[in-house]
Write a protein that binds this ligand. Structure first.
Ligand code: G3P
Length: 217
């Protein structure tokens, strides 16, 4: 499963890219507002730091303006992916942009039939928001499993990008459910490394090693 970071914080993304484990980035208008700074400048820097796909969202609601915004965003860097909303105009823009060679990520997906429509529009990525579904008392991971089954039934190539991830458990379950990618907030990404038995085990190994009085270098 590819690991994307769900953030628009340039400094943080640069640091996380250094881990060598980051396959891409997703931003959205709320994350951009939270990060502050110039939208285009930030995107250029992020695209330079992370070699994989970097999703940047259009804010127009109508098809012609979405196309203009999408094409403009794509001029920033080769690895920009145009994020469009799961609306009739959004899917129409997705179809046209994909036909022009611009990869799209259809965002705000909350049902399997929405994902089916996005796949039929030729989307490169579909983003089911599993955390927000869980927040509403429903089964976010169940949606990932449904979309996986539908895409496999018809051999759709659209990649399932599990979004609105809140916990380490979400990452594990998205991988088990067959998501192609998961976009993860920085704090959850850092938590993926952690296990109390790893910390305790390492401490014991180092204590025993010190007792030998030897050094490797
Ligand atoms: O980038 C889209 C998505 O990951 C948003 O997550 O936590 O705002 O539901 P959240």
């Amino acid at each position: 499963m590819q690991i994307f970071i769900d953030s628009a914080e340039v400094k943080e993304l640069k640091a996380l890219a250094e881990t060598g484990l980051v396959d891409g980035v997703t931003t959205n208008p709320s994350l951009v507002a939270k990060a502050g700074g110039d939208f285009f400048e930030s995107l250029r820097t992020i695209c330079g730091a992370v070699k994989g796909p970097v999703s940047a969202e259009v804010v127009a609601q109508d098809y012609p303006t979405m196309l203009l915004e999408g094409r403009k965003l794509r001029q920033l860097a080769d690895n920009i992916v145009v994020k469009v909303p799961m609306t009739p105009d959004g899917l129409k823009a997705c179809k046209t942009l994909e036909e022009e060679g611009h990869p799209c990520n259809v965002t705000l997906c909350f049902s399997a039939v929405q994902a089916l429509l996005a796949a039929k529009a030729g989307a490169t990525f579909i983003s089911p928001f599993l955390g927000r579904i869980d927040d509403g008392g429903q089964d976010g991971m169940g949606l990932i499993r449904e979309i996986r089954a539908i895409f496999d039934n018809y051999d759709f190539q659209t990649q399932i990008l599990a979004a609105s991830i809140r916990t380490v458990g979400h990452v594990r379950d998205a991988a088990l459910a067959g998501a192609d990618c998961a976009t993860i907030p920085p704090a959850v990404f850092r938590a993926l490394y952690k296990h109390n038995l790893t910390d305790a085990g390492l401490e014991a190994f180092l204590k025993d090693w010190r007792g030998t009085g030897q050094s490797i270098l």
